[in-house]
Ligand binder design. Structure first.
Ligand code: ZN
Length: 325
């Protein structure tokens, strides 16, 4: 039986883009760029979910499945969509959720996607990326003193409307497949590697270490899209009618929309998650008051204390760590 050790959740990037769109004026000049990247990230997530669904049909395997790992490597990070570890071999799968005609050319190291309206997009040959990740994971295993074992990687095209063409003589042709073949391909690999190199206990240990070293990314997207901090809408958004800001009264959040009047104690949590996604995973008392529209230092303090966040420093400069996951 396969065990999912690290289930998939929407990526931090996707959630960051969502949070910015939630809090950016509809006619903001930079909104289009954010939307475009949001749709790309959402398609990527759909592809990964499709892959998870296909992998759920794997039978008679002893894989531990880890989704969306981002691991430190030589002052940088590398990201793995899906890592399947078993006593006999490791398998990394990179999902590509692109529709249209896809041409992969190893001579040029490129991939071209032609959409139904004949618009073309260029990417690099995805096998170059999986080879690089393979090398990085091998080095990671070495640094963390795990024995080396057979390692395979696959590029899986997950979109039902992807027509993939691979250049003749592509050296990694067998690593590129459509998602409908993924279980067959894994069964085939399983036959190739039948010598168990790890005990189940060792596998658990590696999986624990992989999860421990997983570092969710946070990127300053406001600078990337050249969006002013002041352009981000502040305040608690009403979860029922989206009217902003909700007002804090007697330890509760109240929607001032008279046809809604929703109230709840915990509405600030979603706002603080938005804050962490947009501005980064830390906040001070004055920043919290400004973002949640709370005039009182004491109320803000009470909220911060009740959340039991880790903190550093003293007084108004105390910085609280906001968790991203
Ligand atoms: Zn409301």
């Amino acid at each position: 039986m396969n065990v999912i050790k690290k289930p998939r959740k929407p990526s931090i990037k996707l959630r960051q883009l969502e949070a910015i769109l939630r809090r950016l004026n509809t006619n903001h000049p930079r909104r289009k760029d954010v939307e475009e990247d949001f749709f790309k990230a959402r398609a990527g997530y759909k592809g990964e979910q499709q892959l998870d669904y296909d992998l759920s049909f794997l039978r008679d395997h002893e894989f531990l499945i880890l989704s969306d790992l981002r691991l430190p490597h030589q002052d940088k990070y590398f990201q793995l969509d899906s890592l399947l570890i078993s006593p006999t071999f490791f398998l990394h799968i990179d999902a590509k959720h692109l529709s249209g005609k896809i041409d992969i050319d190893h001579n040029l190291g490129q991939m071209k996607r032609t959409k139904s309206n004949n618009v073309e997009d260029a990417y690099s040959d995805p096998t170059l990326q999986i080879k690089r990740h393979e090398l990085q994971l091998r080095e990671w295993m070495q640094v963390n003193k795990h024995p080396l074992l057979p390692f395979e990687s696959l590029v899986v095209f997950t979109h039902p409307n992807a027509y993939v063409k691979i250049s003749d003589g592509h050296p990694h042709m067998r690593r590129i497949i459509k998602n409908s073949l993924v279980t067959e391909k894994i069964n085939e690999l399983q036959k190739k590697f039948h010598h168990a190199l790890f005990s189940k206990k060792e596998l658990q240990r590696i999986s624990r270490q992989l999860i421990k070293q997983h570092t969710p990314p946070w990127e300053d997207l406001l600078s990337k899209y050249r969006i002013n901090t002041d352009d981000i809408l502040t305040g608690v958004i009403c979860p029922e009618c989206r009217v902003t800001p909700m007002i804090r009264m007697h330890s509760k959040w109240l929607c001032h929309n008279t046809s809604c009047n929703f109230s709840n104690r915990k509405c600030h949590l979603a706002a603080l998650t938005d804050y962490a996604l947009i501005f980064g995973p830390s906040i001070t008392n004055p920043q919290l008051r400004k973002f949640l529209h709370i005039p009182s230092v004491y109320t803000a303090n009470r909220i911060l204390t009740s959340l039991k966040y880790l903190y550093a420093g003293e007084g108004p400069h105390r910085v609280y760590h906001l968790p991203l996951e």
